[in-house]
Design a protein around this ligand. Sequence first.
Ligand code: OTU
Length: 639
Amino acid sequence: MDSSQGTWYVLRPLLAALFTDDAQRTIFLTRLEERFVSLTDLLLGLYGDRADFAEQFEQILMTAAYAFIARPAVMHALDASRDPRWFQNERMVGGVCYVDLYAGNLKGIRERIAYFQELGLTYLHLMPLFRSPSPQNDGGYAISSFRAVRPQLGTMEELTKLATELRVHGISLVLDMVMNHTSDEHEWAIHAKEGDSDYQGYYLMFPDDTLPKRYEQNLREIFPEQAPGNFTYVPELQRWVWTTFHRYQWDLNYANPAVFNVMLGEMLFLANHGVEVLRLDAVPFLWKELGTNCENLPQAHALVAALNLLIQVAAPATIFKAEAIVHPDEIVKYIGQECAISYNPLLMVLMWEALASGWTHLLQHSMTKRFNIPANAAWVNYIRSHDDIGWGFANEDCAEVGIDGGIHRIFLNRFYTGQVEGSFAVGLPFGYHPRTGDMRICGTTASLAGLEQALQRGDAYAIDLSIRRILAMMAVILTVGGIPLLYLGDEVGTLNDYSYQHDESKSADNRWVHRPFAHEQALAQRHDPTSVAGRIFGNLQRMIAIRKSYPIFAAYNPTNWLNSNNTHTVLFARHQGQQALYVALNFSAYPQSLDLRQFIRSEHVTDLLTETTYKRDEPLTLPPYEMVWLHSIGPTSES
Ligand code: OTU
């Protein structure tokens, strides 16, 4: 008998005694037993050297059991009935928005459900909506309570009702689990400031700056302009506190099992209130170790894996989404065992890279090399988010196709801030770091894709090109394997909004330029195919409808990135049994031709977008930024 078996015989009766319902007891204990050895190993690895390990372990399991018992019947029913591949379905289409900017408050979001359905959404990520400090709160990412909605937006009760209503309409609610830090106004931080040593142990505090300085030698600065350094001196405490992001965002100390336990409780609280996807914010930063860069450490992985096992026991309808905007080799390590889904920042940045350069070889190469992830997981493919664009492609991939990654980033930054002759983009520099020269980019999809400049010039051809660029990127995320995620506002071509410069709570952070208010006028034009908004919306809506009617687009069907022998086009295939679907897009401003014989074996293929039939042995010419979604039934040639 190994030690985890021994522990199971001790803990099992303790847990069993918590239940009054026999069926529920059996479900909980069965799920836990299946995962018990793995869970024990992970927690031993994290906390096994502590004298109180057994007690802490018991506490953690109690938290899971109590949350399971408190879970509403509808959520238990969802746990039981849910197809384990639900998030991989071709019908999945995501949207993300700020509650206040897009709809005023939670009531406004409810009123927009019909609109979300019109667009075809089945996944709605509401940006952080919990209590947070004012005026500055990092767009809600400084959380003062994981259990109270910001009063201007609504109440917890409304949020719970909204989750149910969304679910009834086929939409899963996605919320952030900002697990790396709390605001300095969270009650834990307040108790810590008042001198409570238990709560002080929730954070990482130092009596002087000796250790912080040593850590600092290996740490990145995430916001070098607004929030330089990773530590903040807190006068009330007369101590230095670890603050990776802003001075008011205190990093939690996961080396303390009490923090693990309490955060598990917060996660399960959200899951019990109807949240189906938890977006794990800033997950690379969870564990710190002197002499390392304190990102992506093995313990951070163990933490997420352990939490995921506990979620699978107590609330399995809920899945984790990784937000790890790091080197692509590191991102994939969070996918599968730890998180069912993950942002795909590499595809995102490489689409912008390809549009700027007009060349697709880096995109094709990196995707061919890196797109495949475990079959039980899915990418979340997106074009823009609420954050800046950082050029997180791999220098190795660049070198393999003859590009100098460092120089290429300088070009891209110059291109997207309009400093390159002929650039179509209107973007702002973000996070310039004088020591490293690093820089990232802010701006909306439409402004970065050329619409802002084209409208300003009143240049009809340029307007047309910019719309095609937007649609080309939308087409990629809708057809490649994974969940497409639309940054709402993009569906009607929302431009940069410079009004943040006059708002003291926002002016220091130019990410607000691409977090605009809902553009009511554009939304009202969405059915007018002669308007810019209507062209984008109408085409997007049609592409979504096509995606949803072909199961080949489901995330569990493989994606094969192919060599088109044309370095200005993107080409990949989707497969399901004998069916294949080839998506080819021209990412340049000039017509490009493709030789279908290179990858298609059947005599004819049909473009799902136009219903045009193409012969295999006739050359196909794609106008600037145009695309085809070629469907063929029968044996395929590429492997
Ligand atoms: C996230 O982003 C959020 O998306 C940001 O909006 C927050 O400001 C931040 O966390 C703090 O909560 O650095 O530039 O590897 O890159 O977590 C954005 C992950 C960020 C980090 C990411 C972070």
